[in-house]
Design a protein around this ligand. Structure first.
Ligand SMILES: [Zn+2]
Length: 329
């Protein structure tokens, strides 16, 4: 997703969630009028989820969540409106809204503590996002524990947490990013194009870290067991990562598919935030064909938290099969 321009009112933290969470903020007198004791508080604590993958430890943090209206204006933009609402309805989802969550991932290999993407950072806090640091702390990781920060691509919801108050959030880390992605967003040719807004975010958050950055290409290794694959389309240098430890495998699919029903079940449908729509669709099919055929787990940045599952191949696409309690035994 393109996250640099979050519509303030569309975030659960302000509009949707704000209303749901309001009872927690009421005075004691006001609360007393409500006979229910259960306070539905979705604001604290931060959502985190941990599991083992071979000898690696994986921590998923929910940086935030966003509800948006009119699903058909984001997903299936080349389809009749009834097709989009029909598919949502068939999958027990509302037809007038959709939710995205944002899930940066930490992998502790025992030697390195590697963070994949950084959430919204301070830009998202007023809207209830930007909770990565809090989530890491809940699992015992301080920002200085991070030894590497890997960027799957450079949209605002992935790079926003790199800097905080003008300083690097992860002061001990080195950085890893796709060469094609960095080159695209720092190229002067973006001026005056629709990419200009996001370019400003890259200049502010990524460029200051460039001298501590290593650039990856298709097939580059991050550390032993973690390999980058170019998965372009969503952005020109969008990358996914194959993670393997002791014969356990997880593919970090980043933004290859951005909705567990609309993008996975209909990989061909055009998505507003995919910069090259045809290429993104071809990449979606290639990556999820591999995941379905190999029967390996994947973690998608915008999948329903904790964002991990499998993809079962169906006639027109893939069915998302969320991980369950027997995942890491
Ligand atoms: Zn995204």
């Amino acid at each position: 997703m393109q996250g640099s321009k979050i519509a303030r009112r569309s975030l659960l933290g302000s509009a949707g969630l704000g209303m749901l969470a309001a009872p927690a903020l009421l005075s004691g007198r006001a609360q007393a009028q409500d006979s229910s004791k259960l306070v539905i508080n979705r604001v604290t604590p931060p959502d985190i989820h941990q599991f083992k993958l071979g000898s690696f430890k994986v921590l998923v943090v929910k940086d935030g969540m966003r509800a948006s209206g009119k699903p058909g204006e984001t997903f299936g933009t080349n389809q009749p409106a009834e097709s989009v609402s029909g598919l949502l309805d068939q999958n027990f989802l509302p037809t007038d809204q959709f939710v995205n969550s944002f899930s940066p991932v930490l992998i502790d290999t025992g030697k390195d503590v590697i963070l994949f993407d950084t959430g919204f950072g301070e830009a998202g806090r007023a809207q209830g996002a930007g909770r990565l640091i809090e989530g890491l702390a809940a699992a015992g990781y301080m920002p200085d524990d991070i030894t590497m920060v890997v960027l799957t691509h450079m949209h605002g919801d992935h790079i926003g947490g790199l800097m905080d108050n003008g300083k690097p959030s992860f002061s001990k880390a080195r950085y890893i990013a796709g060469q094609a992605e960095y080159d695209f967003w720092t190229d002067g040719a973006r001026a005056g194009t629709p990419a200009e807004g996001n370019q400003k975010a890259v200049i502010a958050s990524v460029k200051p870290l460039a001298e501590k950055m290593t650039f990856l290409n298709d097939g580059s290794e991050v550390v032993s067991g973690i390999t980058a694959m170019l998965a372009a389309g969503h952005t020109p240098g969008h990358m996914v990562f194959n993670v393997e430890s002791q014969n356990k495998r997880l593919v970090l699919t980043a933004d290859t598919a951005n909705h567990y029903v609309l993008s996975l079940q209909r990989p061909d449908w055009e998505v507003k935030f995919d910069m090259d729509k045809a290429k993104a669709a071809a990449t979606r099919k290639k990556i999820f064909d591999m995941i379905a055929t190999d029967k390996v787990a994947f973690l998608g940045y915008h999948m329903p938290f904790p964002a991990v599952g499998y993809a079962e191949k169906q006639e027109t696409g893939y069915r998302f099969v969320p991980k369950t309690y027997q995942f890491d035994i």
